[in-house]
Design a protein around this ligand. Structure first.
Ligand SMILES: *Cc1c(COP(=O)(O)O)cnc(C)c1O
Length: 397
């Protein structure tokens, strides 16, 4: 109210007084650019190049045409039909569309172990709220999904970033020391737990299920281990089968990447049912209807069409292998990806330079200002045709 009376050179500073200190301290996530100036081929946000199957469109159309009244009513607050459909899909695939295996989970995932939200970013926000506080730091690897530090800032949670190995793999012993406050971290005290993406972003590398089991065997039982499986469908195996053995394991997954739903917003977590019920407590204290009727309907239809999704996932991983092979022949350095993107660098080139050169040809990729990966671009895997075009461009830089 007071800025009418301010002298002009103080106006700017004073207009910030009405906002909370915590807002003034926020550093928001910057998503991959969505320019409108021309039609770009978008390979910068790890979106799926394929649409969801027609059966999903059919279910949504059916709802719009014959069940319109449902729009006037609040949705099921627990999204139960969707949780049942997700559990069924996981049990039938083992949690990895690229390498489906019915025997891995059999029927061990039940709907009460699942919590759904508006994209896994929302689920992550509830998880940060539920497990990490302002007293102890949350641990994550130095190169990781850049939303984790953003949420930590939002909730005022201190962070502890752990350096990677030289080949960008996770330094497991160092991560465990950082969690426990031992070894190199003995003067820093303990933490509230560890979160990382597996396969990791933006490195594209994955730990095996056995490696994750080894971590859990050495991990404190009274702290959470959160594993974000956003990309696991493009890899070899999920850690979901460990959830029943380790009550402190929380697995987060999304419909955005492998299920072609980035525009629809659906994500979920899988954990022990008592842990999951605590996440419902967080949700019911914030927004008790997170999944709307349209997203739930589309999501159920998606889970029922495993055949389609296995087929496009395997197409994407096949295209990825082709792309890696054709770039390595021209001296690009690329780790063995277990995701729908690859991290590429070439001696003597900076990431923003490569990005700019590719953009001139109408294709968007992503580069990072972060030291250690600022000589790389991250390229999402599109259709075979798009990747052939990109390979020609990159191999001529
Ligand atoms: C894309 C991504 C997410 C977010 O997915 P949404 O479900 O679209 O919110 C979460 N974690 C990682 C590692 C991702 O790459």
């Amino acid at each position: 109210m007071c800025f009418i009376y301010l002298d002009s050179n103080k106006k700017k500073a004073h207009s910030f007084y009405m906002f909370s200190q915590r807002l003034n301290d926020l550093h928001p996530y910057v998503p991959g650019e969505q320019p409108k100036d021309r039609e770009y081929i978008k390979l910068n946000a790890n979106e799926n190049p394929y649409p969801p199957p027609e059966s999903v469109a059919g279910a949504v159309t059916e709802l719009l045409q014959n069940d319109r009244k449902k729009f006037a009513l609040y949705p099921d607050p627990d999204a139960n039909d969707l949780r049942i459909a997700i559990a069924d899909m996981l049990n039938k695939t083992g949690g990895c569309l690229n390498n489906p295996d019915t025997s891995i989970l059999s029927d061990s995932i039940t709907a009460d172990m699942i919590f759904c939200g508006n994209g896994s970013d929302e689920v992550l926000s509830f998880v940060f709220y539920a497990f990490f506080g302002s007293n102890l730091p949350v641990v994550f690897p130095e190169f990781t999904y850049s939303f984790y530090p953003v949420y930590a800032g939002y909730y005022n949670i201190p962070t502890r970033k752990v350096p990677m190995n030289n080949d960008w793999s996770l330094n497991i012993d160092l991560l465990l020391d950082a969690v426990n406050g031992t070894g190199l971290y003995s003067d820093k005290g303990e933490s509230s737990g560890l979160i990382f993406a597996n396969p990791n972003a933006p490195t594209s590398l994955a730990l095996t299920r056995q490696q994750v089991r080894n971590i859990l065997d050495k991990y404190p039982r009274d702290k959470v281990l959160v594993i974000d499986e956003a990309y696991v469908d493009f890899g070899q195996e999920s850690v979901l089968s460990l959830v029943n053995d380790y009550k402190n394991l929380v697995v987060i997954r999304t419909f955005s990447k492998s299920l072609c739903f980035a525009g629809m917003r659906l994500g979920y977590l899988v954990a022990d049912k008592d842990v999951t019920s605590r996440i419902f407590t967080v949700k019911n204290s914030f927004n008790h209807f997170p999944v709307d009727v349209l997203a739930a309907t589309a999501g159920v239809a998606a889970c029922k069409n495993i055949t389609y999704y296995v087929s496009i996932t395997q197409q994407i991983t096949k295209t990825r292998e082709w792309f890696i092979h054709s770039l390595r022949k021209e001296n690009w350095i690329i780790p063995d990806s277990q995701t729908n993107f690859v991290l590429c660098k070439k001696s003597g080139l900076q990431g923003d330079f490569i990005y700019q050169k590719i953009k001139e040809h109408g294709i968007l990729v992503r580069y990072f200002a972060t030291p250690g990966i600022n000589d790389c671009v991250r390229v999402s895997i599109g259709t075979q045709e798009q990747m052939e075009k990109l390979a020609n461009i990159m191999n001529s830089i």
